[in-house]
Write a protein that binds this ligand. Structure first.
Ligand code: FAS
Ligand code: PHB
Length: 393
């Protein structure tokens, strides 16, 4: 078995792992990124779409935002649609001119992979971490099953950027980390279609038949979602049914028809909230979905992952380069304050926009919240600040 030594081992080549690897490399900290999936799989995985104002600025400062600035769609508002009427939330007017950028997560991942390739730092695909030992020692080790065989890597620190249910959390003694979870009574059926979006801005819809979201990736690519029952499967949703349901739920008295076209990607994602605390055990740190999951209604998942890494990278540099552990010691508490804020906002958006299947009192309360957002400027301003920049305040 091959043995390798580095300063930081990063498990997972999603936005968190790849960005952390890049930030550490820029500071001269040796690191290895390990990804169990193939390069092709990681690049085609369609997920998040909205980048917050502060996060977009950070990606640009980190030197990985050029294509995002060139190709990303800058949006100054979103629409909230219910009772057949559309209400625009003028995000930028409500929040000092700040805007969101619509740019697919797989494009962010592509930019991060390309920059890592440009300086030839270690990035191993098809390489699954199967074990982590010695997290309370000075040099923990990870065991990797890679195409070239088994490998052990010894490091100063291990960072779990391995998403939910990853090996990193499983390596911590049972009972040390708490897992807070909420499961919502619906899932999202998401499609990517080769169809020009029939809207300039995102449309969030609450309809008696369920939730719908109209998003996009480019002037020719639409990204659309339907709230469905949690036990739904894709084979119950042929293309015709998807388009018909989207049309019904998005309809207003003057709606432009939904732009239809070939569906090139589809999937069903469960709606849940998870927080794992603390986000550290000895020489193991957690970042991104490994530590928290939010329902995507608030468009916070990827933004939170980047915000964790923005805090973790300088903490690791200070500790490895100068022995200063203070930032590492405060990393979990500082991150969890932001994570719980994102959980609150994502839950607020999810409950407000998804009719509850059985609880009509809950539905009455949620409709009142929705009407308040479109009738009260302070309520709209609060939503704008959380939607546009929660992860950076
Ligand atoms: P990721 O899950 O992106 O990356 C973790 C990586 O670790 C994966 O590539 C995995 O293969 C790898 N890994 C796991 N175990 C490993 C092991 N043992 N060894 C090596 N590698 C390992 N967010 C939104 O804002 N909007 C959305 O619409 C949205 N849709 C989503 C749909 C789905 C199906 C999922 C799962 C998430 C979605 N999210 C969405 C959230 C998503 O964008 C995450 O927040 C984001 O991917 C977080 O990035 P990472 O923390 O890097 O985790
Ligand atoms: C997306 O474009 O994929 C998207 C946008 C907003 C959300 C979730 C997903 O809240």
């Amino acid at each position: 078995m091959e043995s390798v030594r580095t300063q930081v081992v990063i498990i997972g080549a999603g936005p968190a792992g790849l960005l952390l690897g890049h930030l550490l490399h820029r500071e001269g900290i040796d690191n290895i990124v390990l990804e169990r999936r193939s390069n092709e799989y990681v690049l085609q995985r369609v997920r998040a779409g909205v980048i917050e104002w502060g996060i977009a600025n950070f990606l640009e400062e980190a030197g990985v935002g050029q294509r995002m600035r060139a190709e990303g769609l800058v949006h100054h508002g979103i629409e909230m649609r219910f009772d057949g009427v559309s209400h625009r939330i003028a995000l930028s007017d409500l929040y000092d001119g700040r805007a969101i950028t619509v740019y697919g997560q797989q494009e962010v991942v592509k930019d991060l992979i390309n920059v890592r390739r440009s300086y030839d730092a270690p990035l191993h695909f098809d390489s699954e971490v199967t074990g982590i030992e010695g997290l309370n020692s000075a040099h923990p080790t990870v065991t990797v099953t890679a195409p070239e065989g088994e490998m052990t890597i010894s490091a100063d620190f291990v960072v779990g950027c391995d998403g939910s249910h990853g090996v990193s959390v499983e390596s911590v003694p049972r009972g040390y980390m708490r897992r807070f979870e909420r499961v919502y009574p619906f899932s999202w059926l998401g499609i990517l279609a080769e169809a020009p979006p029939a809207t300039e801005e995102l449309i969030y819809t609450r309809h008696s038949r369920g939730f719908a979201l109209y998003s996009m990736r480019s002037p020719t690519l639409s990204r659309l979602y339907l709230g469905v029952r949690p036990d739904e499967t894709l084979d119950a949703w042929p293309d015709e049914r998807i388009w018909e349901e989207l049309t019904v739920r998005m309809a207003t008295d003057h709606t432009a028809e939904i732009g239809q076209g070939p569906i090139i990607e589809r999937g069903i994602t469960p709606m849940r909230s998870i927080v794992v605390a603390p986000m550290r055990y000895g020489r193991l740190l957690l970042a991104g979905d490994a530590a928290h999951i939010v329902p995507p209604t608030g468009a916070k998942g990827m933004n939170l992952a980047v915000a964790d890494v923005r805090l973790l990278a300088p903490a690791l540099v200070a500790r490895i380069r100068g022995g200063d552990e203070s930032l590492l010691n405060s990393y979990s508490d500082d991150s969890l304050r932001r994570v719980w804020r994102a959980e609150e906002f994502s839950t607020y958006m999810t409950q407000m926009l998804h009719p509850h299947p059985t609880d009509d009192f809950e539905n009455g309360v949620q409709m009142a919240r929705l009407r308040q957002v479109v009738e009260s400027e302070p309520a709209a301003r609060a939503l704008a600040r959380n939607y546009v920049n929660l992860s950076s305040v």
